[in-house]
Design a protein around this ligand. Structure first.
Ligand SMILES: [Zn+2]
Ligand SMILES: [Zn+2]
Length: 177
């Protein structure tokens, strides 16, 4: 079963209450993150349009490798701090993977909502915005140094909604639905 099929079954079976929809999708993003194979971090993204999951993605490299270090990622081998050195990273980010998975399937993400278990990087923000994502929610927060953070804030204001939802941070009990 593909991630999207799983996600559809998951959301249909749960009959999610409207006020629990965003936290539940974030929980799903965290579930999807476990499919990633970046040795540094598990990140998952879910794209929803009209209340339906249309794409998912996890970070990492092609599945023939057990992880990105085995695949020779220059950045992840040397530590991989958040927000730094992505130009030397061969791991696709979960947000970009979700957008490219949709592209492969010929599905437009225009007008969609993206859920990620980690605050997106600057590049992912640009990609999500240009793909037509209108709302973006993330779970775990982090920030850039002040000068870059200012640019980040400016770009994030291009979304209709952009923000952190912390109801289901890692380690917290799953939200009641
Ligand atoms: Zn990696
Ligand atoms: Zn990113």
């Amino acid at each position: 079963m593909s991630n999207v099929d799983f996600a559809r079954a998951y959301s249909l079976n749960m009959e999610i209450r409207e006020d629990r929809f965003d936290p539940t999708m974030l929980q799903l993003a965290r579930h999807v993150s476990t499919e990633g194979n970046c040795a540094r971090r598990y990140v998952g993204a879910v794209i929803v349009r009209n209340g339906e999951v249309i794409s998912t993605g996890a970070n990492g490299v092609a599945p023939e490798f057990s992880n990105c270090i085995e695949a020779g990622c220059p950045r992840c081998v040397s530590g991989g701090s958040l927000g730094i050195g992505y130009d030397l990273c061969i791991c696709i980010h979960a947000e970009q993977k979700a957008v490219t998975n949709a592209a492969r399937d010929g599905i437009s993400v225009e007008g969609g909502t993206m859920y990620v278990n980690l605050r997106p990087c600057l590049n992912c923000l640009v990609v999500a915005h240009n793909a037509g994502i209108k709302r973006l929610f993330y779970e775990e927060g982090w920030s850039y140094p002040p000068d870059i953070e200012k640019v980040y804030q400016g770009l994030s204001s291009a979304f209709e909604v952009f923000g952190q939802r912390s109801e289901c941070v890692p380690g917290a009990p799953p939200p009641r639905v």
